[in-house]
Design a protein around this ligand. Sequence first.
Ligand SMILES: Cc1cc2nc3c(=O)[nH]c(=O)nc-3n(C[C@H](O)[C@H](O)[C@H](O)COP(=O)(O)O)c2cc1C
Length: 218
Amino acid sequence: MPDPLPDLSSLRLAYTRAELRRADLDPDPLRQFQGWLGEALQAGLREPYALSLATADASGRPSVRTVLLRGADERGLTFYTNYESHKGHDLAQNPQAELLFFWADLERQVRAYGPVERVSEEESTAYFHARPRESQIAAHASDPQSAPIANRAALEARLAALQAQYPEGTPVPRPDFWGGYRVRVQEWEFWQGRENRMHDRFRYTWEGEGWRIERLMP
Ligand SMILES: Cc1cc2nc3c(=O)[nH]c(=O)nc-3n(C[C@H](O)[C@H](O)[C@H](O)COP(=O)(O)O)c2cc1C
């Protein structure tokens, strides 16, 4: 039996590290995000480029999981995965997503919402080959991602068969079912924790020609 949990309703922290003022915001939310992610990296946070990716299927059933951010530029935010996975099926039915970064040590949260598209084949291939060889082979082994598999031994047998198929020195091709998605962000929210729940929140909304910036109730 695990030890009993403490009373969760009594656990709370005071957020006192920083404040976020309207005047501090970059007019461009991408630059605001890049600044915050840069600070998270400099602060030595563990994998601050890991994010929660929320999707939904055609019926509206939501699902969420962690993926790694692999690009953030004026085109959008990019991550890589298996197109046949649960998230891949959701995005085929309903190509929009919300992304969430939570940087606890900085008392910050960022949300980004937008339509999702696949990155180009060339981009996916270039990134696939930039990954370690073991990860390339593992991408082949874990297909279809998210499908049940009998046991660990069956998974390792698949890996061994692929290692024999692609011996050291031979290139591992990018599988068709593996590649990137890009979220073309239309709405961002930056949240800075403050004392007594009086947090600072700012939303940027794309209005076709520029970004509208609004402070939100905490
Ligand atoms: C820190 C961390 C990073 C991850 N990065 C990725 C990633 O970049 N791409 C990916 O497909 N899965 C990644 N995963 C695994 C996913 O969370 C998830 O288990 C997998 O993609 C299957 O999700 P799905 O069944 O919802 O499609 C990561 C998990 C963790 C905890």
